[in-house]
Ligand binder design. Structure first.
Ligand code: AMP
Length: 504
């Protein structure tokens, strides 16, 4: 029987799960006996590379040798980092993390006499565009995996709940992780899971709670500094870890003590949960604002939310549940009190199905796209350019939009047409918030009056290909955009071989 892993390649932590012989997804612990592995890479000064728990410990030694939150940089072409001659790339670091979690899982399987697995479904945030998705697949291949599919994280979280009580309901997945916050509004109807809306902030997560708490810890220790003042100093990593531990302890108890070490002096004090809640109420407010926005842009803005499902390690904080109950007065679920493992479990269910060995009852219906596509237009009154979205991210993934524009000058014989990508769901978008995808001149060769019609079409297909064409006076320009990732097959093979030799 074929088997495949479900992998949650997270911004702060990653997790591997598999559907067991009982048909239920189960998380495979890493070799440190933990359910999740920090998505952290550390190079020590001897050139040794560590990934996961060991690497996170390196944070306390020298934060400058740490690679963390790399998922945020996945498609950042300008990302440049070098640690003692080791070039760090987002795809390369993601491959290291994937290799570590898969190697650990296979080693655990080996202890039980089970064969290793090299097939997987990897989860991606709902906001990932086609480029980031392709790069995630490439990272998987470099790690030696056959990537069966990518799956949106909120869809995975919902799958992990299965049909258990979600049928006929509109529900919200509230995913507060270590560095990102995502919200999705979904509906399960006749066993089909549809996404109605997604939104998020990719710079909001547990680490913001840690920093707010650390600033307070520094203050009550009588140190006249903030995290910002010392973030480049060696001690900052250790302090941040102390704040994180204290925060986690406050999820279990009303009070927690902490120890800070600064300039060889120790400071031991205590903090209460209510203080943490007060210090971070603005961060909680931000998540609520994002939810309200997600509801506003939902395909069914008036649909009542029947239930909220909490996902992500930061959902362990009691304040999350309390605040959501106050705002939305509907039942709130935590997956067996394991919100940080729900995504991997959902990925395992999907992986088992694709490997031909699962009995998943839930079908995945509409997944929303993550990018809008629009055409550049000129506003003559304000003398500036803006982008008019023809296909929006809130439309179905497979969608064709058409719109008429017109020439702006007398006797034009051509027009420079340009397609832009953006994350806004608005009709008109500031051009500075958009990325140019392609530009081409449409020429018909004879003068036409100002206001002559230009017909623009944008179509998006299920594999992410975007086609754009614009017509005027029987002439047409056509562009096809297919995202290919950054590396050729030969480069991936080369990187895979190099990584295969490495033990991380
Ligand atoms: P994730 O990316 O979903 O694994 O979430 C990681 C974040 O969850 C980190 O910021 C952790 O500090 C936070 N976290 C994990 N466990 C707890 C806990 N018991 N209480 C508060 N935050 C937690």
């Amino acid at each position: 029987m074929e088997e495949a892993f479900g992998i949650d390649l997270g911004t702060t932590n990653s997790c591997v799960a598999i559907v067991g012989s009982d048909g239920l997804p189960q998380v495979i612990k890493n070799l440190d006996d933990e359910f999740t592995t920090p998505s952290v890479v550390y190079y020590d000064d001897g050139g040794e590379c560590y990934v996961g728990t060991e690497a996170k410990r390196g944070m306390a030694v020298d934060i400058d040798r740490i690679v963390a939150f790399i998922k945020r940089e996945m498609s950042n072409k300008d990302y440049q980092r070098d640690i003692d001659g080791n070039e760090i790339t987002p795809v390369g670091a993601s491959a290291l993390i994937l290799k570590k979690v898969v190697d650990d899982a296979n080693e655990q399987r080996g202890y039980e006499g089970l064969p290793p697995i090299h097939k997987a479904v990897i989860t991606v945030p709902a906001y990932f565009g086609n480029m980031e998705c392709e790069l995630t697949k490439q990272a998987g291949r470099i790690a030696g995996l056959e990537v069966l599919d990518l799956l949106n994280e909120p869809t995975a979280a919902a799958l992990s709940y299965g049909a258990k009580g979600l049928e006929g309901k509109t529900f919200m997945i509230y995913d507060l992780g270590g560095g990102t916050f995502d919200v999705s509004i979904m509906r399960m109807q006749n066993g089909v899971l549809d996404t109605l809306s997604t939104d998020g902030d990719h710079h909001l997560g547990g680490v913001d709670w840690d920093i707010a708490l650390l600033d307070y810890m520094l203050m009550i220790s009588g140190l006249d500094i903030t995290y910002d003042d010392i973030k480049d100093e060696r001690e900052s990593g250790k302090m941040l870890l102390a704040a994180e531990t204290c925060k986690k302890n406050l999820s279990k108890s009303e009070k927690a003590s902490f120890k800070l070490v600064y300039k060889r002096k120790q400071y031991v004090k205590e903090v209460s949960r209510s203080v943490l809640e007060e210090l971070t109420s603005d961060l909680m407010d931000k998540t609520i604002d994002i939810i309200r926005h997600a509801m506003k842009i939902s395909r069914e803005p008036d649909a009542k939310i029947d239930e909220i499902i909490l996902v992500g390690g930061s959902s362990y904080m009691p304040m999350v549940k309390q605040r959501l109950m106050k705002e939305f007065s509907c039942p709130i679920r935590l997956d067996n009190l394991e919100p940080d493992r729900a995504v991997a479990k959902g990925a395992a269910i999907h992986a088992a199905k694709l490997a031909g060995n699962g009995k998943a009852k839930v079908k995945i219906g509409t997944d929303l796209a993550s990018r809008s596509y629009g055409v550049r237009c000129y506003d003559s009154e304000q003398d500036k350019y803006f982008v008019v979205n023809v296909v929006k991210r809130t439309d179905d993934q497979v969608y064709e939009g058409a719109m008429n524009f017109c020439t702006v000058k007398e006797d034009q014989t051509s027009v420079l047409v340009a397609l832009y990508e953006n994350i806004s769901e608005a009709d008109n978008v500031d051009i500075n918030k958009c990325t140019l995808v392609g530009e081409e001149r449409l020429s018909w060769g004879f003068p036409v009056p100002k206001g002559t019609t230009l017909e623009a079409h944008v179509s998006r297909s299920s594999d992410g290909t975007v086609r754009f064409w614009e017509e005027c006076q029987g002439k047409k320009v056509y562009m096809e955009i297919k995202y290919k990732g950054m590396y050729s097959d030969a480069e991936i093979e080369q990187m895979r071989k190099e990584l295969e030799k490495k033990r991380v």
